[in-house]
Design a protein around this ligand. Structure first.
Ligand code: M6R
Length: 611
């Protein structure tokens, strides 16, 4: 997973590309590079951040209107200068940037080596540009046809941009399995992995489809598929607002996104929740209502935080709609020959809508005849487009690599879906539903109140920031929250953290507890309150340091815990969202105080478009 960007038009291409790479940096930040056409191709690349690339480019006076750029998350080859993109043909006349993996690059490389090609990197991408060059030189095909011919030989996933100094007014863009969008301006075009580098220039967007090969010129574009059949592009209107792509005064995107949650949750419920009527409307899946009334098995597939949101769904859908739910890691589901058929509903949850394993799980489910819904944040993403129907989370772009507002939006959607199913299947009384929806409607304000704990959480973070390990415990629908709290902490602070169902602690993890072990409990006054208190006592008896998230009215935990963080008095079904807020803040403040780069943690990238 990497970010690619291209430009052709009347502006200074270098500035557009560098700005675009900064916007895309959340997708990968091992190394970066650009290539533009001046008298010939001029390129720069550097391991490290986009800012490191900028330093390398400082001496050059750019004067180009066309170019491509790349920010990398390494797959094939270490993150060193020579493996950075762009990659070039041997004569330096062709340049390529690539997001994805060419799975059969090894056999293509062997064939090219036999023909005398030499390579200067360990990447699969360099093999592809040599292949394009080989075909173009040997067959005299035009650039777009040569790219098409090369891609027909390729197995794997790609979004690519190709420059050719012999065709200085053309940019070739192609995709299969990795996202690519074209922004259509007035006499200018932008191409990028997502719309974030494009939004400030134009609202007109074309989402390329798999197997599309586009030829973009200064004055127009044409698209064919790999079989040379002309494709008619559809121009969508982009809704993305620019201010959401900036930090807006916050030191990090993650903190900004945490504080955006009252708004993102409100947006996620808008037009769907009718508390006065006691009704949920989910327009995107409405035509499936008859199917949903009969469905008796739901399988949720996802990865990472989205998988945790799926687990919350399991608790809520089974409780309120009485439908059996299984939650699977997409990466396991796709390879374990699952038993599914046309009676099943598969729901794929994904912030990016591009996670490779989740996409593959969807394909498998469709092959087996299941109906597949998507719960995605990125509009027009591959998952949104490859599912039968879906529900957008509308959280807005999430730039911080650690998911925060996208996670709580997913939980909000899955909560609404549970009530929607209960409404359809009449497994909940009208009064009960109305009461719950009235409370759900207050969620944005409740989240706002929760955010007031920030200062307190920061002080607690100071106390435990030097720990090497941390355990998170919760029961019922708070168990996925414990998993999410642990994931947040480990991914941005590099502290080893584990989440467990509180009762499981006795089956092993309790052996780890001593005075150096912080244990974070979700201990609100709901169904398992007394039992969780017993678990806290067990930790205290072994000198563990207890941090407990409790309800405002708590009278017992505050007597035994070392630190408490209060959240508003709410029904149990809202605990997953509200208890997540202090855990996000805890991870954030610990990571900041340890000097970690919270928006771009090491080894991670925002969307995992490779297996
Ligand atoms: O885009 P997706 O929701 O499909 O991504 C899934 C995971 O990669 C993602 O949730 C990851 O675990 C986050 N870094 C968690 O903060």
């Amino acid at each position: 997973m990497c970010g690619i960007v291209g430009y052709i038009g009347f502006r200074d291409a270098f500035s557009v590309l560098i700005k675009g790479l900064h916007r895309l940096e959340y997708r990968g930040y091992d190394s970066a590079g650009i290539a533009v056409i001046e008298d010939g191709i001029v390129g720069f690349k550097k391991s490290g951040k986009v800012s490191d690339l900028e330093k390398v480019c400082e001496q050059h006076i750019f004067r180009s209107r066309i170019g491509i750029g790349h920010t990398r998350w390494a797959t094939h080859g270490a993150p060193i200068d020579c493996n950075s993109h762009p990659h070039y043909s041997e004569n330096g006349k062709l340049a390529i940037v690539h997001n994805g993996i060419i799975e059969n690059y090894h056999s293509i490389k062997e064939a090219l080596l036999l023909k005398g090609h030499t390579f200067s990197s360990d990447t699969d991408t360099e093999v592809l540009i040599h292949l394009i060059d080989e075909i173009k030189t040997k067959t005299n095909l035009d650039l777009q046809d040569a790219v098409r011919a090369a891609l027909r030989k390729v197995v794997g996933a790609y979004a690519i941009l190709v420059l050719d100094e012999d065709n200085p007014g053309r940019l070739i863009a192609a995709r299969k399995g990795s996202p690519l969008v074209i922004g259509v301006g007035n006499n200018e075009y932008f191409v990028a992995s997502d719309a974030t580098p494009i939004a400030e220039y134009t609202r007109n967007i074309i989402y390329l489809n798999d197997n599309d090969v586009a030829c973009v010129n200064y004055d127009g574009l044409s698209i064919v598929n790999l079989n040379n059949i002309v494709q008619v592009p559809f121009i969508h209107e982009l809704e993305l607002q620019i201010d959401i792509l900036e930090k807006g005064g916050y030191p990090h995107f993650m903190l900004k996104e945490i504080f955006e949650q009252p708004r993102s949750i409100r947006d996620c419920m808008r037009g769907r929740l009718y508390p006065d009527e006691g009704r949920i409307a989910l327009g995107g899946i409405k035509i499936y209502e008859d199917f949903l009334k009969k469905v008796n098995r739901i399988i949720i597939v996802s990865c990472g935080s989205s998988w945790h949101a799926g687990l919350v769904g399991e608790y809520l859908i089974e409780k309120y709609a009485r439908v059996s739910v299984e939650v699977e890691y997409a990466s396991e589901f796709r390879y374990r020959h699952p038993v599914i058929d046309q009676h099943d509903l598969v729901i794929a949850i994904s912030q990016s809508g591009e996670t490779a394993d989740t996409l593959a799980a969807i394909e498998l489910a469709k092959k087996c005849g299941a109906t597949v819904f998507g719960i995605c944040n990125v509009v027009g993403s591959s998952i949104a487009r490859n599912t039968d129907a879906g529900i957008y989370t509308h959280a807005g772009p999430e730039i911080g690599v650690a998911s925060t507002k996208a996670f709580t939006a997913q939980v909000t959607i899955i909560t609404m879906f549970a009530f929607y199913m209960a409404q359809l299947k009449q497994t909940i009384s009208k009064n009960h539903l109305k009461e719950h929806l009235a409370e759900l409607n207050l969620l944005p304000e409740l989240v706002e109140l929760c955010l007031h704990c920030d200062d307190k959480v920061k002080k607690i973070a100071e106390k435990i920031k030097s720990s090497n390990n941390c355990i998170f415990l919760g029961r019922g629908s708070a168990f996925p929250v414990a998993l999410e709290g642990a994931l947040k902490l480990k991914e941005i602070s590099y502290i080893h953290a584990e989440g467990y169902p509180a009762a499981e602690m006795k089956h092993g993890p309790i052996a780890l507890i001593d005075e150096d072990m912080p244990v974070v409990f979700i201990a609100t006054n709901h169904s398992s309150y007394e039992k969780v208190i017993s678990n806290i006592q067990e930790v205290k008896a072994r000198k563990g340091v207890v941090i407990a998230i409790v309800s405002e009215s708590d009278t017992q935990v505050n007597k035994i815990a070392d630190y408490i963080i209060e959240i508003p008095e709410i029904s149990e079904f809202l605990v997953p969202t509200l208890a997540s807020i202090p855990l996000q803040l805890l991870a954030y403040h610990i990571a900041v105080s340890r000097g970690c780069n919270v928006d771009q943690p090491r080894n991670l990238a925002k969307s995992v478009t490779v297996e």
